[in-house]
Design a protein around this ligand. Structure first.
Ligand SMILES: Cc1cc2nc3c(=O)[nH]c(=O)nc-3n(C[C@H](O)[C@H](O)[C@H](O)COP(=O)(O)OP(=O)(O)OC[C@H]3O[C@@H](n4cnc5c(N)ncnc54)[C@H](O)[C@@H]3O)c2cc1C
Length: 454
């Protein structure tokens, strides 16, 4: 057994975890299919400052391309704009990967690049490592005391574990969004480059949104995300939608396309468990993403921090078994997972609203900028006075929207209660999981009924 920790995937989660654990004295290997110099993740490039602060990351200037003061959320008819304060950065994703990789390497981690993880090596009820294939060297077996899947949304190891292990739960089309983006240089000076713009429009980006994130006065990251269920049902393609609706827009008048590409974003509630014997998942592979806006860079850092904490404790106890690693599930729920589950209820409500309902919702100024920040970024419950104000403003809304919002609010409460009673250990997981699935399907069927009535 050559390594203490084997990490599959050299993305944000994998490299940050490798850094943490190497620094703590563990022998760590990261298996990454891409060449080191081509490590790059296609994203909207935006990250909130709070995520970096929480993970004690000081960015070198070469990683930062732009600084944001907040977000503007724009209604379907583009007649209403909500400005939400919140500081953040536009990252240079090449430099971000280089920065994370060099930190991990300098701390002592080994990076096996150009090496593809093929499948897990399972022995009885334990994960022993992986089978990997390396360019020019054929296949090899890599073993470690604990294996971490940080391979992104495809979760190549987690989803290939035995189906009867709850950790292997695959993502269904309704659990993901498909996104496409271009980085373009425009032929004019972008106004207010210190605000990201999020456009809600169910025709351009069904079940998602389209974005315009300035990277400088003349360069922007522009893209859209579409809900996976609608991609499947209506055979939608984000690239086609981008070409059909966005390319023609005046603000996308471009000199040059600097980069283009897309990917899958998990947008759902947390997994019922992210751990197994000698195994855990982090980042997108663990479905740690904000389901409302699809931001996963911050949660990837968070899962890496929580995972390293739990792995250090497990090594002190001399056991990486399921019972010991279970704490990771509980810590994640406490730090973010419960919020994620509540935001997922909100996500489903938004996905079941029409353009005119969203337009009227924003026009009624139902939820103020501050309240949106608290609901979407922090997942906090609103105070009584705030709720009262909302009730008064809501009187201006169509009944269909009021009903959907009240339903969402009721189910956010129910979901929170259930997640707060998350089992102490695996033995109670099946009954807990049955309850959570029942709650979500009950919510979805009530939501669908409201849609058919409106
Ligand atoms: C178009 C788009 C826009 C987005 N915009 C934003 C945004 O603006 N802000 C934000 O916070 N989040 C955004 N996200 C989400 C964010 O990119 C992810 O949540 C985040 O990158 C997850 O990090 P990760 O380390 O878990 O996974 P990844 O960054 O996906 O890293 C996984 C790594 O595993 C490697 N890998 C995969 N399979 C194998 C294999 N078989 N063997 C070896 N290695 C393998 C990959 O090459 C990759 O390097 C966006 C996502 C997309 C697709």
């Amino acid at each position: 057994m050559k390594y203490d920790v084997l990490i599959v995937g050299g993305g944000t989660a994998g490299l940050h975890l490798a850094y943490n654990l190497s620094k703590a004295g563990f022998s760590v290997v990261v298996v990454e299919k891409r060449p080191l110099e081509k490590l790059y993740k296609i994203t909207g490039d935006a990250i909130g400052k709070t995520h970096l602060e929480r993970s004690n990351i000081n960015l070198p200037p070469r990683v930062i391309e732009n600084e944001y003061r907040g977000a503007k959320v724009i209604s379907p008819l583009e007649s209403i704009t909500l400005t939400i304060p919140g500081e953040g950065y536009s990252l240079n994703m090449y430099e971000w990967s280089r920065f994370l990789a060099s930190r991990a390497l300098n701390a002592g981690a080994t990076l096996l690049d150009k090496t593809t993880a093929v499948k897990p090596l399972v022995n009885g009820l334990e994960v022993e490592g992986i089978l990997a294939s390396r360019e020019g060297s054929g296949t090899m077996e890599l073993r470690a005391k604990i294996t971490v899947d940080a391979s992104g949304a495809t979760a190549v190891i987690r989803t290939r574990l035995p189906r009867e292990w709850p950790v292997s739960e695959p993502l269904r089309p309704e659990d993901v969004s498909y996104a496409y983006r271009e980085i373009i240089e425009v032929d004019y000076e972008i106004p207010e480059p210190d605000y990201i713009r999020i456009y809600l429009n169910q025709e351009i980006s069904p079940g998602g949104y389209w974005w315009f994130f300035p990277k400088s006065k003349t360069v922007a990251n522009v893209g859209l995300g579409v809900w996976g269920r609608l991609v499947k049902e209506r055979e939608l393609n984000p690239v086609h939608l981008y070409r059909k609706y966005l390319e023609k827009r005046a603000e996308l008048r471009k000199k040059e396309i600097l980069s283009s590409g897309g990917g899958i974003v998990p947008t759902r509630r947390p997994l019922s468990t992210m751990v197994w014997n000698r195994f855990l998942a982090a980042g997108d592979a663990a479905v740690a993403v904000n389901p409302v806006h699809g931001g996963g860079l911050g949660p990837a850092l968070l899962t890496a921090d929580l995972a390293s904490h739990v792995i250090v404790e497990a090594s002190e106890r001399g056991s990486y078994d399921l019972r010991t690693l279970w704490k990771y599930n509980r810590l994640y729920l406490q730090h973010y997972g419960i919020k994620q589950a509540k935001l997922d209820i909100m996500r489903l409500a938004l996905q079941h609203m029409s353009n005119s309902e969203i337009e009227q919702g924003l026009r009624a100024n139902l939820v103020s900028s501050e309240e949106i920040l608290q609901l979407s970024a922090e997942g906090r419950e609103l105070r009584m006075v705030e709720k009262l104000k909302i009730v008064l403003r809501a009187l201006r809304l169509p009944l269909s929207v009021i009903k959907k919002l009240l339903l969402a609010q009721a189910y956010m409460k129910k979901v929170e209660l259930l997640y707060r009673s998350y089992p102490e250990d695996i033995s109670y997981l099946p009954s807990w999981q049955a309850q959570i699935e029942k709650l979500y399907s009950e919510y979805l069927s009530k939501l669908s009924k409201l849609v058919s009535q409106s």
